[in-house]
Design a protein around this ligand. Structure first.
Ligand SMILES: Cc1cc2nc3c(=O)[nH]c(=O)nc-3n(C[C@H](O)[C@H](O)[C@H](O)COP(=O)(O)OP(=O)(O)OC[C@H]3O[C@@H](n4cnc5c(N)ncnc54)[C@H](O)[C@@H]3O)c2cc1C
Length: 413
């Protein structure tokens, strides 16, 4: 297990690191520890996954994948990477509704933070979860199911690792499908909403350096007509692109309208290649879906601060859901993402400036990225926040799964 997160900005402070190879070993470990955190693939950018106690990777646990064609679900180990799961599902003729920009992340880690892709009609990755199995603080194994556990289940999916160590997840699957990816250049900002409505999954990239939004990545069903030559006033990219200027397009999934399977088009980045730039920090805020034009206008006065520390900004759409701590709880969302340069001293003041400008939109931060919002603002942005705190008190009364970051944002009293 590496001693730091993927970005290298968080060095894990754990006294002990573990890689159990069986459920019993994990249960004994959790029951015998006063402070435990699970770690996935370490792609988060803050200290959410850190602990001063025992840090546990589940990568050595059995990698059994159980497809249930009748229920249209698949049950997977929490440590499995989406890229590995997707290839196995596709072989059997099945797919997931959506994926994040990278297939390198673990299912358990991504679901815990409400990780998302893009698509006006598609929820974040946690909305595919139909069931969970977790080891709670006393070492017991708790199984919860969407149908049987209703509202409580909705509180337990995006749980930030605060309720226990998730060992297995059951996900909804759909029949496999093919997509084509097109990149268009120079979207007028007033066409943002029309752009999001144009394809199954749409990402808009901008750099705050010009009047137009630099690129639109359209991921559309392979049987849909390609965008017309004058689509929303844009031009077609004539060669494959990487969202981060200067990075090789070879790291990215095929573009130029070449049809291919869902898992080789939905992520921007290919498994086996460095995702994004590899030398970066990230922040992201979810705001109401219709606020795109207003958000761009609100950020314009600080564009001169953003641009020098920005590698790229990505705008995505995510459908509303009912999961208590999901960034998309109860509202269709616009996700406003920033890939920053890897210089915390230069970036953090700009993060503060961005958060001040976004305050009127009740921004909900991505739980796994860099943010500095005041705890009261974070709590006020989620209607079920108090209910989640009650759930934490009930399932983890002694604070076994606490971290400094959770103590700041989920105070115990
Ligand atoms: C290059 C890059 C691109 C990204 N693109 C996207 C994107 O497109 N969309 C998006 O939303 N995010 C994106 N992210 C953020 C990333 O998806 C999230 O931070 C995600 O949580 C990382 O998953 P992980 O497996 O690395 O989890 P980790 O970072 O290892 O852990 C995240 C949290 O989950 C908890 N956790 C992990 N495993 C378990 C478990 N088994 N049981 C209980 N808790 C657990 C940890 O304790 C921690 O709190 C990106 C990150 C990078 C580096």
């Amino acid at each position: 297990m590496p001693g730091a997160n993927w970005a290298g900005n968080v060095r894990y402070a754990a006294r002990r690191r573990h890689r159990p190879s069986s459920l019993d070993e994990l249960r004994r470990l959790v029951a015998g520890s006063d402070r435990v955190r699970a770690v996935g693939t370490g792609h988060s950018f803050n200290r959410l996954g850190d602990t001063a106690g025992d840090l546990v990777s589940l990568a050595g646990m059995p990698a059994t994948v159980a497809l249930d064609p009748d229920r249209r679900t698949v049950t997977v180990p929490a440590a499995m990477r989406y890229g590995d799961l997707a290839a196995r599902l596709h072989e059997r003729g099945y797919a997931l509704a959506n994926l994040a920009s990278l297939p390198h992340i673990s299912v358990g880690g991504a679901v815990a933070t409400g990780t998302h892709g893009s698509g006006e009609t598609v929820g974040n990755l946690a909305t595919s979860v139909a069931g969970l199995e977790l080891v709670t603080a006393d070492g017991d194994l708790l199984t919860v199911d969407r149908a049987a556990d209703g509202d409580t289940f909705a509180g337990m999916v995006v749980a930030l690792g605060a309720l226990g160590v998730v060992t297995r997840l059951t996900l909804d699957v759909v029949p496999a499908y093919d997509l084509c990816q097109y990149v268009r250049l120079g979207l007028p900002p007033e066409a943002l909403d029309a752009g999001f409505a144009s394809a199954y999954s749409v990402s808009v990239f901008t750099d705050f350096r010009g009047p137009r939004l630099r690129e639109v990545w359209l991921k559309q069903r392979a049987d849909a007509a390609p965008p017309p030559a004058d689509w929303l006033g844009t031009t077609a990219a004539d060669a494959p692109r990487h969202p981060v200027p200067g990075m090789p397009a070879e790291h990215c999934t095929p573009q130029l309208g070449v049809p291919g399977p869902w898992h080789e088009r939905l992520p921007h980045f290919r498994l086996g290649f460095t995702p994004s730039s590899g030398d970066e920090l990230q922040s992201e805020y979810h705001v109401p879906r219709g606020a795109g034009a207003a958000v761009l206008a609100a950020l314009a006065p600080v564009a001169h601060l953003i641009a020098p520390v920005l590698q790229v900004c990505e705008l995505r759409a995510v459908a509303a859901d009912g999961l208590w701590l999901s960034p998309n709880h109860g509202r269709d969302s616009l996700a406003v993402h920033f890939t920053w340069i890897a210089d915390p001293a230069a970036v953090l003041p700009v993060v503060t400036a961005v958060e001040e400008r976004l305050a009127p939109f009740a921004p909900r931060p991505h739980w796994g990225k860099v943010f500095g919002l005041a705890p009261a603002a974070v709590a006020a942005a989620w209607p079920r926040y108090a209910d989640f705190l009650d759930l934490v008190r009930r399932l983890d009364p002694a604070g076994t799964f606490r971290t400094d970051l959770l103590d700041r944002y989920l105070p115990r009293d």
